[in-house]
Write a protein that binds this ligand. Structure first.
Ligand code: GDP
Ligand code: MG
Length: 196
């Protein structure tokens, strides 16, 4: 079945795993530090400006946001991590929500870990990669804001990250749309080939 991302609809946002939409079908989640462009990428991939809220103010997205592609398929925009000015309580709350989601959500089949190409593999990214490895959850790495680098600088970073993590790593730009067709194809492949 083909996957038309342009038909995506916003479903709902939730502070706790318990309140999320039924854990049926399949979903791919977008994770990463605040401000790396998770929401911008979802908008650009789906060619739906503003379906995922974007903000230049770090840390504004504090909910698990669900987007419905069709009856059986969803995308999820996870709350960003690594924002500097939050209290310890807030950080613990974030950690519990994301950890619950990553460890208990049956329909989660792949994580797209978004990083800023200028600052890849920060401690929080490495922690998330470790969680995913422990859960045997497949991950794609997306180095966003590739427009901020020269082509050769971007390629060099991609190769270094891919080599270190031994994980599929792609350069993308929500701004220039670079690399998005490839990511659409990846999403299509994994959302279609899951055995549901
Ligand atoms: N130059 C550039 N800026 C981007 C790109 N993607 C997102 N941004 C900007 O980065 C900021 C954070 O984006 P947002 O999608 O809200 O990040 P999120 O916190 O990860 O969801 C916004 O000001 C975006 O316009 C990109 O590919 N290139
Ligand atoms: Mg966001």
């Amino acid at each position: 079945m083909s996957l038309d991302l342009r038909r995506i609809e916003y479903l709902s946002g939730h502070p706790r795993l318990e309140d999320c939409p039924p854990d049926q079908g399949v979903e791919v989640a977008f994770a990463g530090r605040s401000n790396v462009g998770k929401s911008s990428l979802i908008n650009a991939l789906c060619e739906r400006r503003g379906i995922a809220r974007t903000s230049s103010e770090p840390g504004r997205t504090r909910l698990l946001h669900f987007f419905r592609i069709d009856e059986e398929r969803r995308l999820v925009d996870l709350p960003g991590y690594g924002f500097a000015r939050v209290s310890r309580n807030e950080r613990a709350g974030w950690q519990k929500m994301v950890e619950d989601y990553l460890t208990r959500r049956q329909s989660l089949i792949r994580l797209m870990l978004i990083m800023d190409v200028r600052h890849p593999l920060r401690d929080s990214d490495r922690l998330l990669l470790q969680w995913c490895a422990a859960q045997k959850l497949p991950v794609d790495l997306l180095l966003n804001k590739a427009d901020k680098f020269s082509h050769s600088q971007a390629l060099q970073t991609q190769r270094a990250v891919q080599k270190e993590c031994e994980t599929q790593t792609n350069l993308v730009s929500a701004r220039t749309k670079m690399g998005l067709e490839h990511v659409r194809q990846r999403l299509c492949d994994c959302l279609n080939n899951s055995n549901t």
